[in-house]
Design a binder for this molecule. Structure first.
Ligand SMILES: *[C@@H]1O[C@H](CO)[C@@H](O)[C@H](O)[C@H]1NC(C)=O
Length: 392
């Protein structure tokens, strides 16, 4: 009889432990995140965006600055946010540690913990870009921002990173031959050294869309779109790739290994496909964008690694929530959004538009409060059983 009681008690403890585990923090929940670019004058308000994302159950969000209206709107939503220190601030933060401290206090600390800021991206695509003074300033800015976060006791909550474009690489085909470009390596290696000390991942912006468009004669578009193809074979590693994004990630792992950072994790901080482009951007169609984003969602939902790093589950932030009408450059740049400016879907990959998001969020709330009630009921029953047990 006694052992039966022990079993019962054990079951309750397991139940409580599981509930507690749900409350602990993670930098990236699940595998699917999204970029919230805001270079537009016609997109929904930050409050509406928070509603949209919660209804779509997308928890991980990146913004390119630390806009206060967004930070306020995301307060108490449970959405996990990575904020950006724009490139225009990088030299100043590198030159003056006290400015870095002020920036972190005003843009990050002031909003914690209600707004769940989980990371700061220091600059975007600096190495490989056109401004060499930024290349030199990047590591100093990363260090000053990290030291500020650390002094404020936030280093376990807020992760410091910087995202790289594929312009930092040489020879990305086959994936195993990929290395960092020679003129970049002298800036990249000390940066990677620092990131490995503080446990930050390598953040990659990877666009099969751009890779395909640079060489449409030799690349099968289906390979870039995660459709069925014979894929590619990497002789050196004896590995087979059935889609380009996996190959791009493994090319990054190969370059990291070559530079001496075999253990560093790669996270995709941007990937996406444009639904409209100029005459010379024929691959930018609604159909291709839908196929890429639909298949990408399925790929990420598998929670699997890549051929070279099967245990490193692929995590990616999609680019982007909205089409951004004020962006410069080719037409494709303004047409990466999963949603149209009015909040309706651009194409169907299983997400709902804003108006149905609002109604589905209401029903979600009803389900959640139903769940809470059943938890309370179970807790009450457990407590009663426990009292009975102790009385014996
Ligand atoms: C950093 O900025 C502060 C405040 O603006 C200033 O007093 C200080 O002299 C600056 N330090 C350096 C090293 O430029």
């Amino acid at each position: 009889m006694k052992s039966h009681h022990h079993q019962l008690l054990f079951m309750f403890l397991v139940f409580f432990a599981q509930k507690i585990e749900l409350l602990t923090a993670e930098t990236f929940t699940g595998t699917y995140g999204i970029n919230y670019g805001r270079i537009a004058d016609n997109i929904p308000s930050p409050n509406e965006v928070a509603t949209l994302l919660r209804a779509a159950k997308i928890k991980n969000v990146r913004i390119y600055d630390a806009d206060q209206s967004v930070l306020k709107a995301f307060s108490g939503t449970g959405l996990q946010l990575v904020v950006g220190l724009p490139n225009g601030f990088v030299k100043e933060m590198s030159a003056n540690a006290s400015h870095a401290m002020t920036w972190v206090k005003e843009n990050v600390q002031a909003f914690l913990p209600k707004t769940s800021i989980r990371g700061i991206a220091v600059g975007n695509e600096i190495l490989g870009g056109g401004d060499y003074e930024l290349w030199e300033a990047l590591l100093g800015a990363v260090k000053n921002i990290y030291n500020a976060v650390d002094k404020l006791g936030l280093a376990d909550v807020v992760q410091i990173t910087t995202s790289h474009s594929q312009a930092v690489f040489d020879n990305s085909y086959p994936p195993s031959s990929c290395i960092f470009r020679e003129n970049i390596a002298q800036f990249m290696k000390p940066l990677l050294e620092f990131f490995s000390q503080i446990g930050s991942p390598f953040c990659l912006n990877a666009y099969p869309f751009l890779a395909y468009m640079s060489d449409p004669e030799n690349i099968d578009i289906n390979y870039a779109l995660f459709q069925k193809t014979k894929g590619i074979y990497d002789m050196k590693t004896d590995l087979h790739y059935d889609n380009m994004l996996d190959a791009q990630i493994d090319a990054t792992y190969a370059a990291l290994e070559d530079a001496g950072f075999k253990k560093m994790e790669v996270i995709v901080t941007e990937t996406g496909w444009a639904s409209l482009g100029d005459a010379n951007e024929a691959a930018a169609t609604v159909n291709n964008a839908r196929t890429f984003n639909y298949n990408l969602r399925k790929r990420l939902a598998k929670k699997k690694g890549t051929p070279l790093r099967p245990k490193m589950v692929v995590k990616a932030y999609i680019f982007a929530i909205f089409n951004e009408n004020l962006k410069s450059g080719p037409t494709s740049e303004r047409n990466f959004g999963l949603f149209k400016p009015d909040g309706s879907i651009s194409y169907d990959i299983g997400f709902h538009g804003l108006s149905s998001a609002e109604s589905s969020l209401l029903s979600l709330k009803a389900v959640q409060s139903g769940l809470t009630k059943s938890y309370i009921l179970i807790l009450t029953i457990s407590a009663a059983a426990l009292i009975l047990f102790l009385k014996q």
